[in-house]
Design a protein around this ligand. Structure first.
Ligand SMILES: [Mg+2]
Length: 388
């Protein structure tokens, strides 16, 4: 089936948020980055880019190029807040959202057309809602593949919308310089220049054999990309496949109570870390290493993902029943969560999920998180609850 992919990329995201929070900066060359001495530019407004300022450039250079620029420090917490708002809008249109960074994502909207209209209509709607709800502009590329969508979103920035219908992919790519080729490194670019290949069209005309000789098995990939052939899926999960923590004990654990106390500590620690990273997991795995170094794992998959320490702990207690903990000496215990998903993805949970119990849990977790921040992970041991 023909896929419909939208690549969305916020325009000059950090400076735009700064302008949003201080409208007096509108139209000015705003440069967000590190210190004058050693820092680099994180992001520059379009007004600043006119002076040759760009991201990853040393701040000192940027100051020389744009002496009247407005130089601001990076306020990551604030950008994350706005990013969350933006991603929630994305998730409204499809669950298949693959974040590339704080301000960029692929959306597979193939299955969303019945609800929201043609892919280009969806892109227009997303742009409109993002602007209305956040006051920021986002550029969009609509295409049948990730590769082409990503190139398209960059064509008409800022506030761009570029649509490449399936039957126009070749026409769209052909005249583009190969430096627009996304995901291809500098070395490959230079090699292509050496082969006198300057455009996508020229690349598509190089015999496959020549490309394979020059680039090995990467040659076929280049050949396909030059014609816009890219069947990579939009992967709606974080790179990280699992999150967990384990502890080897100085002395083997012999009784169930001590084991449970350690597991409560581990569960809360893992949960805290997940909340910090804004992920939740569906599969809980308990790892046990006995004193003879034999190691086993026991897992359970939940119907809903969790980042709650007590929920994880109660699952782990069930899993304990399937082990010999309490009967054999234990050297190591570990807990991990897999099948992770982003926080924003879970925001689509129905409202009735917000029962009293989960509200209470949420408050408790917030209190726990602030304890962790204040006293450090090692010093918050809910295990003390056990010893009265
Ligand atoms: Mg961006």
């Amino acid at each position: 089936m023909q896929k419909a992919i939208i690549h969305l990329d916020m325009d000059a995201f950090y400076p735009s948020v700064e302008v949003l929070d201080n409208p007096a900066l509108k139209g000015k060359p705003v440069i967000v980055g590190g210190s004058r001495e050693r820092g680099v530019v994180a992001s520059a407004s379009y007004e600043a880019r006119k002076f040759g300022v760009h991201s990853a450039q040393p701040m000192a250079t940027a100051m020389r190029l744009c002496p009247h620029g407005i130089f601001l420090p990076v306020r990551m917490a604030r950008y994350r807040e706005v990013s969350k708002q933006v991603f929630e809008i994305f998730y409204h249109f499809t669950p298949l959202v693959e974040p590339l960074s704080i301000d960029e994502a692929f959306l597979d909207v193939t299955g969303s057309t019945r609800l929201f209209g043609q892919p280009e209509d969806i892109a227009r709607k997303i742009k409109k809602v993002v602007l209305e709800e956040t006051g920021l502009t986002v550029s969009a590329g609509v295409a049948p593949s990730k590769f082409v969508a990503k190139i398209a979103s960059d064509m008409d920035k800022p506030d761009g919308l570029t649509i490449v219908p399936p039957d126009r992919v070749r026409e769209f790519l052909n005249p583009l310089p190969i430096k627009k080729m996304w995901g291809v490194g500098k070395v490959t670019h230079h090699a292509l220049m050496r082969l006198n290949v300057r455009t996508f069209k020229e690349l598509s005309q190089v015999p496959l054999k020549v490309l394979e000789k020059e680039f090995g098995k990467h040659g076929l990939k280049l050949h396909q990309l030059s014609m816009g052939i890219d069947d990579r899926e939009v992967i709606p999960y974080h790179d990280v496949k699992s999150m967990g923590h384990e502890e080897t004990f100085p002395q083997d654990i012999l009784d169930m109570d001590t084991a449970k106390k350690e597991l409560l500590y581990l569960a809360n620690k893992v949960a805290h870390r997940m909340r910090k990273k804004e992920v939740a997991g569906r599969t809980v795995t308990l790892k046990v290493k006995y004193s003879d170094f034999r190691q086993i794992t026991r897992s359970k998959t939940l119907s809903k993902s969790t980042d709650d320490g007590f929920e994880i702990y109660s699952i782990v207690c069930q899993l304990l029943e399937k082990t010999a903990v309490g009967k054999r000496p234990v050297r190591l215990l570990g807990i991990s969560l897999s099948q992770l998903s982003f926080l924003a993805a879970r925001r689509q949970l129905p409202l009735f999920d917000q029962d009293m119990d989960s509200v209470r849990r949420k408050n408790l977790n917030m209190a726990l998180d602030s304890l962790y921040e204040k006293y450090g992970e090692e010093n918050v041991r809910p295990g003390v609850l056990f010893s009265k």
